[in-house]
Design a protein around this ligand. Structure first.
Ligand code: SAM
Length: 333
């Protein structure tokens, strides 16, 4: 299926349910041809909710009056120990832009993870940093970096972020990461305030051109205490359509069924896999900090969103015909 931009526009706006069924079937076919019926898991460790940025949508933005925490190096290593035992072979360190996580600290952590778990991939998602910093982290052994581009439209970017944040810099970071040899993850929220079909077409054009190894998309969900707290959430249906379209545009992509989707719909994750997703990222953070990483309201951190429920996750995936291997789940070229 070759998707022109007028076809994508029609798919994003049609109310004909059979259009989605065909799209999802094609997305599954392409994904299965590259990766088989396998869904890869990553253990998500939310290392800190301190953040120097003030993104208008985010519940842990600088001005949010949430209780702040950060994990110690020992706590993070303990999460890895537990996760390894549960079968995780990728660890994702994600957090707000917290200056405590200096290059020295993060390099030390990455080295230790690589010594203790040489068969695991280390993914970082710590926001924007300088090229030198990305280079040091890569030299220390980091394999992948997730940095959603948030929107490929500079005017829309300026509606979602304060003036001190730069669209150009975010895009530069993605290019630096690619040049430094990381497997790169980009992505955006679906239904964020100000998003239009035109901005989505730009996102899709960016993905088709940059071809990130991973694309994280999930519905926007309002967060209390933010400028967007009264804005409506993005829709599950629109997210599923976009997952299928992204799979068709970029068949090799690693495509997570995100927590935000699971938060809005009890079987959101299964529906995402049936629309072409092939990654799940259960939460490996210490249980007492999960509720504090409140980037949006009612974020799921229990049930099969929780790493300790891997058996439940496996059963749920098996029920729809997928296996969840003990595997790093690298990008296939
Ligand atoms: N600070 C890092 C960064 O900027 O990439 C990683 C943490 S940041 C909280 C991770 C992602 O959460 C963002 O890229 C954004 O797309 C998503 N996010 C933040 N607020 C959200 C909301 N209200 N609804 C849905 N997703 C949200």
């Amino acid at each position: 299926m070759n998707l022109s931009s007028s076809e994508i526009r029609r798919l994003l706006t049609t109310s004909d349910p059979t259009a989605f069924d065909e799209l999802a079937a094609e997305a599954r076919r392409l994904r299965d041809a590259v990766y088989g019926r396998r869904v890869f898991m990553r253990g998500l460790i939310e290392v800190s909710n301190h953040c120097r940025n003030n993104c208008l949508y985010c519940g842990i933005r600088r001005d949010a009056r949430c209780r702040r925490y950060r994990l110690s190096v020992e706590q993070i290593m303990e999460c890895c120990r537990v996760g390894y035992g549960l079968g995780f072979r990728t660890f994702v360190l994600q957090g707000g832009e917290d200056g405590w996580f200096s290059d020295e600290v993060v390099c030390g952590l990455v080295r230790e993870m690589k010594v203790q778990y040489p068969d695991c991939a280390v993914t970082l998602s710590l926001g924007e940093r300088g090229r030198e910093s990305f280079a040091r982290l890569r030299e220390a052994g980091a394999d992948r970096y997730l940095l959603r581009h948030e929107t490929a439209d500079a005017r829309h970017y300026a509606m979602l972020h304060p003036a001190e944040m730069s669209f150009t810099h975010r895009m530069e970071c993605l290019h630096d990461l690619r040049e430094l040899g990381y497997q790169v993850g980009a992505g955006f929220m679906v239904g964020s305030p100000g998003q239009t079909v035109e901005t989505l077409l730009e996102d899709l054009a960016f993905i088709a051109d940059f071809r990130p190894e991973m694309v994280g998309i999930g519905p926007f969900i309002p967060a209390d205490g933010t400028p967007f707290e009264h804005e409506p959430a993005g829709s599950v249906e629109a997210t599923l359509r976009l997952l299928a379209i992204i799979r068709i545009l970029h068949p090799q992509v690693l495509l997570p069924a995100t927590t935000a989707l699971g938060t809005l719909h009890p079987t959101g994750r299964e529906r995402a896999v049936e629309a072409g997703a092939n990654v799940v990222m259960p939460n490996l953070s210490p249980q007492d900090t999960r509720a504090l990483y409140s980037i949006y309201n009612n974020k799921l951190a229990t049930g099969s969103e929780a790493a300790e429920s891997v058996a439940d996750l496996r059963l749920r995936m098996q029920a729809i015909g997928y296996e969840v291997p003990v595997d790093r789940g690298d990008f296939k070229t």
